[in-house]
Design a protein. Structure first.
Length: 687
């Protein structure tokens, strides 16, 4: 039997490979009943907006339709909160814009200064105060763009009535439709949390119940959910009774740990009868827990304790198997305990206030906020000056692009720009094809609504994925609406769509140049710091007492989750000579450390010499982890690893033997990780 899992033999991660891209798209585009429901709601609302705006002659139809995408969230609470805040903020911003109009209309120099100040102030607010970020975006976008429209040579009255007053209607009424729809048909956060956890437990149960070597649908479903993790439902832990928020957080952490342990499970573990029976019992407990989350079913725990005691005394099982199976049984038992706590928790407590968690966060860096606001201001003003100097108002979308893709990291910005370019080109191609082949055949607004609904359904399919690709769906919809929905008559001006797409591409180029040359904030630098903190947490976990070691383990998993969320952004910043250890390599180190932490040894049952040897082996591994934690952020090579000469042998007590084998497994994985990092560094240096 192999000592480790397939995941422990880590392959170099290349997010840009064709296989990785295909797998990512397959995961992100997987359809679920809840996703279908959200897609159909968005499509129906956009169709209603098209019909209402045409019937009542509401201008800027494309913007109204896009508001459904912009304000639609995955749960009803977030949608209602964002929608109400958007309408209130829009009202305040348009009032302020009216005042700025009255002061700067006849003064071009003053208007240019006011435009720059509004953009800077708005995006400074976005970066320095996350709770007020949407208001800051509205300030920068609405005031800056409204002042840019003065160049259209319209009268003050027309600008006030046709831009400011109508803009409130154009944006507000789609938001109202969206809020009413979600209140009636949307999903509540607590329901989404229960369904998300239940789906993962059901997949884990089916995977554990499968036959050895089974590569069927159950394995594929589990692998997909393991790759996705629990990030998409982590924000829902605060949904529901406040008294149970801590229990929900612990439950989600245990589910995340379960997915990791199942991935590390050796493929041939089920070939041993005792292990196979224990894993089947764990699978039954997972399926019972999945059912209990959605209904009042039983929670199975008793049989798992028996299997833990029996397997812990088996000296014939490989250390790599026990390092996974024993913590896995404990994890499933803890999940059952969390479910029982949720049942017993009081239901009358109110949910925590939305800002409670934000108040505990570290204060934003004001210098970085100023730099971020200056970069957005520089890019957007450059776009404005460019299209006004060329007298080419058709590419005014360059300025809008600078507003809508601004993020505080170069990788994040380039990632969003790439999605925007791809989505814009697809949406524009669909729009131009519709102008040429479809619109001439349409006779009524109903036909137009059906055309828009068909494209919206596809865009919503992509737009309801995770942030990895969702922005492309938004841009497909936006570019298509801008191209096709140009007025209240049959559209035939392909030049409008062409110019708007060119504007998007120009804005992308400007933003890319500014954010990669002026005070660049590299996601890769932040990832290195986070990886360093994660490895230091692992070192602390090996050195601390069991109670405090659990806290260090939780800190490690929290830091590694941040790295996972930034991995896609990091692929847009890769540079030669700067290799990074993969997340899976580091997670493979965590498995034996987790086993050591959660099964501490009784000093009275181990000889003094064996105890000293075990402590020395643990300290040797901890020193390497600390050295690697310091080397990664400092761009130094990861140090080589020299394992201890000897560890307690077969003549020792059973507990010492098991612990020694887990330490040997950890040493082997550390040596492999160090060798892989050096090989990657040498390959980068010679390429």
């Amino acid at each position: 039997m192999t000592e480790g899992s397939a995941a422990a033999q880590v392959e170099p991660a290349d997010g840009r490979s064709i296989r990785a891209v295909i797998r990512l798209l397959r995961d992100e585009l997987m359809l679920t009943p809840d996703r279908w429901a959200r897609m159909l709601r968005m499509t129906a609302l956009v169709t209603v907006v098209v019909i209402v705006s045409n019937a009542l002659r509401v201008p800027n139809l494309a913007l109204s339709a896009y508001m459904i995408f912009f304000f639609s969230k995955s749960d009803v609470v977030a949608t209602v909160r964002t929608g109400i805040a958007g309408v209130v903020g829009l009202t305040l911003v348009l009032t302020l814009a009216f005042v700025v109009y009255s002061v700067t209309f006849g003064e071009p120099a003053l208007r240019l200064l006011a435009m720059g100040c509004a953009i800077f102030a708005g995006f400074y607010l976005v970066r320095s105060s996350p709770p007020l970020g949407p208001l800051g975006l509205l300030i920068g976008l609405a005031i800056g763009y409204a002042l840019a429209l003065v160049d259209s040579d319209a009268s003050p009255e027309k600008l006030t009535r046709g831009v400011l007053l109508w803009l409130w209607v154009v944006i507000s009424y789609p938001i109202a439709l969206l809020v009413v729809s979600d209140l009636a048909l949307g999903r509540r956060p607590e329901e989404l949390f229960r369904k998300g956890v239940s789906a993962r437990l059901a997949a884990a149960g089916a995977f554990l119940a499968g036959a050895p070597g089974d590569g069927g649908a159950a394995r594929r479903a589990f692998e997909r959910l393991e790759r996705m993790g629990t990030g998409d439902i982590s924000s829902y832990t605060q949904a529901g009774p406040a008294a149970a928020a801590g229990t929900r957080t612990r439950l989600l952490a245990q589910v995340d740990l379960l997915l990791l342990l199942l991935r590390e499970l050796p493929p041939d573990a089920k070939n041993v009868p005792a292990l196979a029976q224990a894993l089947v019992a764990a699978g039954e407990a997972c399926r019972a827990a999945s059912d209990a989350l959605l209904a009042e079913g039983p929670v199975l725990q008793d049989g798992l304790t028996k299997w833990e005691r029996e397997l812990a005394g088996r000296a014939d099982l490989p250390a790599g198997v026990l390092a996974v199976v024993l913590p896995l049984l404990t994890c499933v038992r803890d999940i059952g305990s969390c479910l029982l706590e949720l049942r017993d928790s009081p239901s009358g407590a109110s949910s925590p206030k939305p800002g409670a968690e934000a108040a505990k966060a570290a204060p934003p860096n004001r210098t970085e906020a100023v730099q971020f606001a200056l970069k957005v201001t520089l890019a957007s003003m450059a776009a404005y000056i460019l299209y006004t100097s060329l007298d080419w108002s058709g590419i005014h979308t360059a300025m809008l692009t600078c507003f809508l893709v601004a993020l505080d990291g170069a990788g994040a910005t380039i990632h969003k720009l790439t999605l925007r370019i791809a989505g814009a080109l697809i949406g524009a191609a669909l729009g131009i094809a519709s102008i040429v082949f479809v619109l001439p055949q349409l006779e009524t607004v109903g036909g137009l609504a059906l055309l828009v609904a068909a494209v919206t359904l596809v865009a919503a399919w992509i737009g309801t994925a995770r942030e990895t690709i969702s922005y492309a769906g938004w841009q497909i919809a936006f570019a298509f609406y801008l191209t096709v929905l140009q007025g209240f008559s049959r559209t035939s001006k392909m030049v409008v769509g062409r110019d708007r797409v060119i504007g998007i591409l120009v804005g992308n180029l400007i933003m890319s140049l500014v954010f990669t040359t002026v005070w660049p904030v590299w996601s890769r630098t932040a990832i290195r710091r986070t990886l360093g903190r994660a490895l230091q947490s692992l070192a602390d976990a090996l050195r601390l007492e069991p109670g405090r070691a659990v806290e260090a383990e939780l800190a490690f998993r929290a830091e590694l989750q941040k790295v996972k969320q930034s991995e896609v952004l990091e692929t847009f910043e890769r540079r030669e000579g700067d290799p990074l250890p993969s997340v899976r390599t580091i997670e493979s180190l965590f498995v034996p450390i987790h086993a050591l932490i959660h099964r501490p040894i009784d000093p009275s049952r181990v000889s003094q010499s064996d105890g000293a040897a075990l402590r020395e082996a643990g300290e040797t591994a901890a020193r390497w982890l600390s050295d690697a934690a310091a080397a990664i952020p400092a761009l130094r090579p990861i140090p080589t690893f020299h394992a201890p000469a000897s560890l307690p042998g077969v003549e020792s007590e059973p507990e010492a033997r098991v612990r020694a084998r887990w330490l040997e497994l950890l040493d082997d994985r550390i040596a492999r990780a160090a060798a892989q990092s050096r090989t990657a560094a040498d390959a980068e240096a010679t390429s």
